[in-house]
Design a protein around this ligand. Structure first.
Ligand code: NAD
Length: 381
């Protein structure tokens, strides 16, 4: 079986108990931190080559999140791993009763390309902290970062306990034939189904961190300028390739024009006259994704942006209006710098619109009316 040797090597280290001692876990977490610190320039360079990731975005969304996760684990490892007292009942009256946190064994981490450092290494922090051996399978789409992780981690982490597998769809399919003790997958719902089926063969527990269409409701009573700045920031960060990005906006006809104008001002303020020249605006990861996202520009009417350049995989920050619910842009997660604005009569229609669709990863509500924001929490199913 493909990759059997790698999995077996890790499994024997796990069986020997190599990853269990706290000192080992601490040393590996510190080694991971050292890898990031000593290779910062190379990481920045590979993220730039992969998708022209802006410097500030890398600092915020890759480095700082990862470093705080490593610190969180280092600071809490002793508490997290300590036995937990439980009260006894009739059945356990004669026993010593406690909860001991056991590592799973050899875990598989499959990560996506949009935050290829953070979404590969944060799950790895968890795996190390919990005393597991781990195989990391980064995305082949972010190919420069993928190779940097494979090369770097093999120099900093214990090779008998941690491995990076470079594989596309075919290779990952073969990798998944092996028995893992836990699978942590981040990616699309379609691939999530494939992972779950492969895991089911071995009854392997899984965590699936998936995507979806995140609605954004802007209520008539709200600070529209503030809402627009926040929506534009989150929609166009990483050129919209974020699982938690606001995917579409719902608002009433009454505030639509004002919201549009504030969104346009925000785009101008953030990315200047020509966003293509802005050092703060990323590119689409691949030609295949460029084509998929560009095709969505045919939906409704473009009021801002719409410019594309395939040679650079550039799609301008775009706003669409007059979009129909049946349009392709409303059928799939956009995962690109396009923001459709749809009108609803008010709060109740917005809630029904959202509840009629698949459960999103997040829903954003902008309102200065506390009753509206608290109602949203109760009414969204
Ligand atoms: P993807 O599902 O295409 O790929 C994710 C991983 O699965 C990659 O490593 C890829 O090599 C592997 N893969 C792809 N096809 C496979 C197959 N047939 N069999 C086995 N493995 C396969 O996702 P993506 O395009 O890399 O990332 C975008 C998606 O991830 C979006 O849906 C986004 O919302 C989601 N996402 C979710 C989160 C979260 O935390 N919930 C974070 C980031 C991204």
């Amino acid at each position: 079986m493909a990759y059997e040797e790698t999995v077996n090597r890790l499994r024997s280290s796990f069986r020997e108990g190599k990853t269990r001692p706290l000192q080992f876990r601490i040393s590996q977490l510190k080694a991971l931190n050292k890898f990031v610190e000593e290779n910062k320039e190379q990481i920045l360079e590979s993220l730039k080559k992969d998708m022209k990731k802006p410097l500030f975005e890398v600092e915020l969304s890759e480095f700082s999140l990862l470093k705080s996760e490593i610190n969180l684990a280092l600071n809490n490892l002793t508490t997290w791993t300590a036995d937990e007292h439980v009260s006894k009942n009739l059945v356990t009256a004669l026993d010593s009763a406690f909860i001991r946190k056991e590592p799973f064994g050899v875990v598989l981490i499959i990560s996506p390309w949009n935050y290829p450092v953070n979404l590969s290494l944060i799950p790895l922090v968890g795996a190390i902290a919990a005393g597991n051996c781990a195989v990391l399978k980064p995305s082949e789409m972010s190919q420069n970062t993928e190779k940097l992780l494979a090369d770097g981690l093999s120099r900093y982490l214990d090779k008998d306990c941690f491995a990076v597998v470079l594989a596309g769809v075919e290779g990952t399919t073969r990798l998944l034939e092996n028995k893992f003790d836990y699978i942590f997958f981040t990616g699309s719902p379609n691939v999530g189904r494939i992972i779950m089926m492969a895991a089911a063969k071995h009854l392997t527990p899984v965590t699936l961190e998936l995507g979806g269409k995140n609605p954004c409701y802007v209520h008539d009573e709200c600070d529209i300028k503030n809402a627009a700045r926040r929506i534009a920031w989150a929609r166009y960060f990483n050129a919209g390739q974020i699982c938690l990005a606001p995917d579409y906006v719902l608002c009433s006809d009454h505030i639509k024009e004002k919201l549009l104008s504030e969104l346009q001002s925000s785009i101008h303020e953030f990315y200047g006259e020509d966003p293509k020249q802005s050092p703060d605006f990323a590119r689409i990861i691949s030609v295949q994704h460029f084509k998929r996202v560009s095709a969505l520009l045919a939906c409704g009417k473009i009021v801002t942006g719409g410019q594309t350049d395939e040679s650079e995989k550039y799609i301008a920050p775009t706003i669409l209006v007059d979009v129909k619910e049946s349009d392709p842009v409303m059928q799939e997660e956009i995962f690109g710098p396009i923001l459709p604005i749809l009108t609803v009569s008010g709060f109740d229609e917005a809630i029904n619109f959202i509840n009629d669709r698949e459960k999103p990863l997040a829903a954003y509500v902008f309102s200065s009316n506390s009753q509206v924001s608290s109602c949203c929490v109760c009414d969204m199913s």
